[in-house]
Design a protein around this ligand. Structure first.
Ligand code: AMP
Ligand code: MG
Length: 417
């Protein structure tokens, strides 16, 4: 297995001198600088669902391989003019999977079933429902164009064509296409290993006794689940207190086991913000101040050569920043194409005055074709993340939204969730 080259130390550098970097600019930089860090392996089709195709897959065979009938009916030569026709019926039939021995007797019709290769001489098929059968002949009404109800060889895809492009996350339909063109094994990327850890003295494990002032670690299950949904191998690296030595050791362990690391909490520039402090120490830290709401500074950097996405602790900001930045970035590391979430415009079911300067993501869902947003924009409201079925994305500039105005809705599914 050949390993790709390592990432450059400055892969997360943002333009200097900009106070708040626009979302699109940050995304462009990620897109330009990150690339696959995973090796490749070959797997059988049934194991390829959700995996990332590592090389273009070329059709070994055309689909369909031979011209064949699209319906159950009767085959004959040429087309049929407007009006009544009768043709003598030739003995035998052509069925799928069985080569018809012989050829069409000129001027005759031949019984043919769906999927059967067209016997020599057959050019057109009339649907059995459109035929009356009797006395060794068939009768039907034209017109029928030559070639009607047949499929041409290779009309779907030809041998030698690229059936699937490298970088695709393989879908059930992709597996059908691969099978149809004769591929039984596919080269895929090794699964990206993504380590997830939470930081903060206040965190306790869900279900454990919690003292007043302590809170349950909500980010870790969420981030592990997002990584799994993306098809990655999610590695749970637990919780780390706000202690630099402990965090250093945990990052070391994560870098041993994973290709990329997601942390939450401690990413700003405060006293207890040890993720940013450590990445700074390592000399590969970039503080990402992005013009996004909800969002806090992100700490991006390399730890022992592994990219670290230091997400904000706040669960709403952590999820939005993961979906907007970490997801496409991890996708590139995993060998995927750039994953741009597809949204669509819907009438707003709410009113809002938005200030210029930051792109905003609102927790949203669709009911009766209208985009509703969660009642509170409070960034600690995890219930809103759960209530939502996607995000409404409001552009960077100012906006005055009235009910019924178009807003861009991006379903969670478009973020791969
Ligand atoms: P921080 O980014 O560490 O300053 O944390 C910002 C806010 O998010 C604080 O209120 C934290 O208590 C909260 N927070 C941090 N990590 C988590 C977590 N894993 N689960 C839930 N809340 C968290
Ligand atoms: Mg903290």
């Amino acid at each position: 297995m050949i390993e790709p080259p390592p990432l450059r130390n400055d892969c997360f550098a943002l333009p200097a001198g900009v106070e708040w970097t626009p979302v699109d600019q940050a995304l462009d930089l990620l897109r330009a600088r990150l690339s696959a860090v995973t090796g490749t392996e070959t797997v059988a089709l049934e194991a390829a669902l959700g995996r990332v195709l590592a090389e273009d897959a070329v059709a070994l065979r055309s689909n369909p391989p031979l011209p064949n009938s699209a319906v159950d009916g009767y085959g004959f030569a040429g087309g049929a003019e407007e009006g009544a026709h009768a043709l003598p019926l030739q003995a035998g039939r052509a069925a799928a999977g069985l080569a018809f021995a012989g050829r069409l007797v000129p001027g005759h019709a031949l019984r043919i079933l769906t999927g059967a290769a067209l016997p020599e001489g057959v050019e057109t098929v009339i649907l059995e429902e459109d035929v009356t059968l009797g006395e060794g002949q068939i009768a039907f009404r034209g017109p029928l164009k030559p070639g009607a109800n047949t499929r041409k060889a290779g009309e779907d895809i030809r041998a030698g064509d690229v059936a699937l492009r490298a970088g695709r996350v393989l879908t059930p339909a992709d597996l059908a296409l691969a099978a149809a063109v004769g591929l039984s094994m596919l080269p895929v990327r090794a699964r990206l290993r993504v380590a997830v850890l939470s930081t903060g003295d206040e965190l306790v494990e869900p279900g454990a006794p919690a003292a007043p002032g302590q809170i349950f670690d909500a980010n870790r299950p969420m981030l592990l689940a997002i990584a799994r949904r993306m098809g990655f191998e999610a590695i749970d690296m637990g919780r780390v207190p706000d202690d630099r030595a402990a965090l250093r050791a945990r990052l070391d362990a994560a870098a041993e086991r994973a290709d990329a690391i997601l942390t939450s909490g401690g990413a700003s520039a405060g006293d207890e913000d040890h993720v940013s402090a450590l990445l700074n120490e390592a000399g590969a830290m970039q503080e990402w101040r992005i013009a996004i709401k909800p969002g806090r500074p992100l700490a991006l950097g390399l730890w022992r050569g592994r990219p670290v996405f230091g997400l904000p602790g706040n669960p709403v900001a952590a999820m939005v920043c993961t979906l907007v930045f970490a997801r496409p970035a991890l996708g590139l590391l995993a060998g995927m194409d750039w994953q741009a979430p597809q949204g669509f415009d819907l009438p707003a079911g709410f009113e809002k005055r938005k200030k210029p300067g930051r792109r905003e993501y609102l927790r949203a869902r669709v009911r009766d074709g209208v985009a509703e947003v969660f009642a509170s924009e409070g960034s600690g409201r995890i219930s809103g993340l759960s209530w939502a079925e996607g995000l409404v994305e409001l552009e960077d500039g100012a906006r005055e939204i009235r009910r019924g105005d178009p807003v861009r809705f991006i379903p969670y599914a478009s973020f791969g969730l």
